[in-house]
Ligand binder design. Structure first.
Ligand SMILES: *Cc1c(COP(=O)(O)O)cnc(C)c1O
Length: 414
């Protein structure tokens, strides 16, 4: 039986219904003061978002992509450098590297977390690179180009293993820029510091996206950079505003990449709800785990290491016969997605870089099997039970063991 109204993959209407008056108030304030660019709405949001991320500075920009690009430039990445990231991310991570003038390079991910495999990062830095004492730089053997930065991606809302990444970066003199575009409020237990750390507080700088579908979304395009370094924050402020330190005094050539005031005001309103929305996402993730754990041989569930407190931007499972699974869900009017179907090294846009199929086998395998289930704070428990029910129905249809396992799982739950 299909669920009549359907369960969308994402709902961006309901969260704004409750907030409509407040959000319209932001627009009225902007009209009343003609404060459309910069001003107190932007500054207030920057201050509150920095506090939320436990970072000293926040600089609002026009998108997550620009947040990455400007961070890389401000951190000193130069044309001709190489910057290491992962192949299973949204293309913006890589575009930012190219647009900063550098060349993207990849290390594969850990199959359990889908995040950067730190052993492979170690191998890359130790084996594929050498230290040139004359230039005082780490050089990639195959290209002869210096490696200057690492961009770990906190994919699906769970942070990468930052202690190891930061330790390796320190050893080799590399900059770390966090791609925190999916990880607003995510936490990581740092053994080195002996405390929980927020996404956006660990790297030299971090990039956040406020694209509408992100955990904190604007009603349009927006992004931000967080950092603990005053000088880096100052540079990004100049870069986002035509390189000017003062009106019409341009120290460098910059960009037009400001966060507009109405979006900042909207984000300020929504930021107050973010802790609640994160708790709701966590409850949904636990319900998925409880409901699906006993079929995890057929539907792989995301791994949560003890050091991670994810914010579940996406709930991504793995199934062998994915297209059949997605068809089954679609027939029941349940939305699903794939994040992402083609690893970046195999994208047409990067064909000129000479990567091969088989070079990053974990990312390639994940791309074939991953599927994202509905995940948003307003997904009601009863609707979620329908999603879980349909996942189980799919497994039951093709798994002869299933009917014997249900009573066992029910007994175990008792
Ligand atoms: C959304 C996203 C970006 C880009 O953000 P925009 O605001 O859309 O430019 C970059 N990296 C990752 C991992 C993302 O999910």
């Amino acid at each position: 039986m299909s669920t009549a109204a359907g369960i969308p993959f994402l709902d961006l209407i309901t969260p704004h219904e409750d907030l409509q008056e407040e959000l319209c108030g932001v627009f009225r304030d902007a009209l009343g003061s003609a404060g459309f660019i910069g001003g107190p709405m932007v500054e207030d949001f920057e201050r509150d978002f920095a506090t939320y991320c436990e970072a000293r500075y926040c600089v609002g920009v026009s998108s997550g992509t620009d947040a990455l690009t400007l961070s890389l430039i401000a951190a000193g990445v130069e044309p001709g450098d190489m910057v290491v990231t992962v192949p299973n991310t949204f293309i913006a991570t890589c575009e930012a590297i190219s647009q900063a003038g550098a060349r993207p390079d990849f290390v594969d991910v850990d199959e359990r977390t889908s995040n950067m495999d730190t052993e492979k990062l170690r191998d890359y830095l130790e084996r594929d690179c050498f230290f040139d004492p004359r230039r005082r730089k780490l050089i990639k053997r195959r290209t002869g180009m210096p490696v200057s930065a690492i961009v770990p991606v906190h994919l699906y809302g769970q942070m990468a293993d930052m202690d190891v990444i930061l330790e390796l970066a320190e050893r080799y003199g590399l900059v770390v820029i966090e791609d925190a575009c999916q990880a607003h409020g995510a936490e990581y237990y740092s053994q080195r510091e002996g405390c929980w750390k927020k996404a956006g507080s660990m790297g030299m700088a971090s990039a956040f996206s406020f694209y509408p579908g992100k955990n904190l979304g604007a009603c349009g395009e927006a992004g931000a950079i967080t950092t603990n370094q005053e000088e880096l924050a100052r540079k990004v402020r100049m870069l986002r505003d035509h390189g000017q330190s003062k009106k019409y005094h341009h120290e460098i050539e910059g960009y037009n990449s400001r966060l507009d005031a109405i979006q900042a005001g909207i984000l300020q309103v929504k930021l107050r709800r973010l802790p609640l929305w994160t708790e709701q996402r966590r409850a949904i993730a636990s319900r998925y785990r409880e409901g699906l754990e006993f079929v995890s041989h057929a539907v792989g569930l995301p791994d949560e290491p003890a050091w991670a407190r994810p914010v579940h931007h996406l709930y991504v499972v793995r199934v062998g016969d994915r297209s059949e699974f997605m068809n089954h869900m679609a027939l029941e009017n349940i939305g699903t997605g794939i994040h992402y179907p083609i690893p970046l090294h195999l994208q047409k846009a990067y064909a000129h870089m000479g990567f091969r199929n088989g070079q990053f086998p974990v990312s390639e395998k994940l791309a074939q099997e991953i599927v994202s289930l509905p995940m948003y704070p307003q997904l009601a428990a009863a609707r979620q039970e329908e999603v879980i029910g349909q996942v189980l129905a799919f497994v039951a249809d093709r798994d002869p063991l299933y009917n014997r396992m249900v009573p066992l799982a029910m007994a175990a739950a008792r």
